[in-house]
Ligand binder design. Sequence first.
Ligand code: CS2
Length: 491
Amino acid sequence: MTHRLSLSTLPHLAENVQRPAVDPRDLGTGLVHLGVGAFHRAHQAVYTEDAMAAGGETRWGIHAVTQRSPRVAEQLAPQDGLYGVLTKGLDDAGSPTAQLRIVGAVREISFPGEQTAAVLSRLAHPATHVVTLTVTEKGYRRSGTGLDLDDDGVRADVAALADELGGRAVDRAAGSPIGMLARGLARRARQDATPITVVTCDNIVHNGAMLTGLVQEFLAAAGADDVADWVHDHVTFPSTMVDRIVPATTDADRAEAEALAGLTDAGLVVAEPFRQWVIEDAFAGPRPAWERAGATLTSDVAPFEDAKLRILNGSHSYLAYRGAVLGHRTIAEAVTDPVLGEEVRAFIDEDVIPTLTPPPGVDLADYRDSVLGRFENPALGHTTIQVAMDGSQKLPVRLLGTARDRLAQAAVPHRAARAVAAWMVFVARAAEGRNGLELDDPLAPTLAEAAADGGRLGERLLGIREIFPAELAEDDRFRSAVLTQVTELSD
Ligand code: CS2
């Protein structure tokens, strides 16, 4: 029987698999991460481990918190937090390569249901200096541009904080990531009160400012004015651009990793070789030396963020919606479809690049080529359906800013309109369950209702204000470009 990966079985790991870069047993806990999905494990955790190894530090072990379910905790806890990252690329001759490394930076793991108390104390602990988040776009529970105070989880957390501040019930299970974070910050304000930095790593425009705003709205709703002042003075929220393609792990990936490692690993994640992290240098206290692991610390993340969200994520979504409707299972198949590949390139060139300021040292045409080249990686098996999920949350970030900026330049964004129309046609097909497609989106009921109004698909979807701001939806140039494309793509 093959043993399972853990600290005690680590000595049995096959020779050619990279061991943790620092001894997990030596690590203290200095960082809390909310939302320990595959992306965190393949990105920030790897940077953090490499930063500790490069700087000879041991204080940045991670207390990782799952979003809702105990599933990741069940995968990682029996493995003492250890898991593999299977990096899949291509060699110079175009043959697939796979390298496995074991990461040991995750030292504690909780899920919000029963273990809220442990997370709140970690957030308030003086050794904790940094909180990172990957809770996905919908995890922030926004409605329009602000916090959705009607969300059940947020409401329960607001009530819990009000009770905690009033000396009543404490440690009630957290119902939302913002609630968990704000309640932890409130506890820190009352206990140790040392500054802390909160780093959001989700694909959202100006993500740092967005998160500060949500935390402050939450505190205002709980009547926590003193905490709000403390947060204003002691907590920073740097913006970041994060990048690494991390497809969902499959059974075949787990079997491949097991053959390499000689151990089973329920926490395995798969990733492309490329990774990038650009972080606003605005820390309230100590932080891991992430720059020693290849991250860029800068005073202005915005140009990096805009280029990545609009070029990479924008064309990812474009390929996902058009590709899924055309029957392409993976992003690699979609981007290598000659017609679709040309379309997406034209979208980037004609509509996206004219809206961007090149980040320092970056040539946007080269960046485009490198992104499209990464999408072609057939070894990843990244499915169109995975990228297609949560379109209502992703569209504004990835496509609508481009459309708005082109209109402001007095240009009609035909290409961006086509991308939006591709989403609409996908929604219609998925709502009907055609071609095995499914509508996986927090606004699914609203979208399905709009899609049921067959002939008016475009108008109905453009009317959803949570997605399309009025100034854009009512702009005749954009509107008619979208509607024309919906007709064309529906054929
Ligand atoms: C993808 C991203 O699933 C998606 O929507 O576009 O997760 C993408 O793979 C990452 O942002 C790459 O950094």
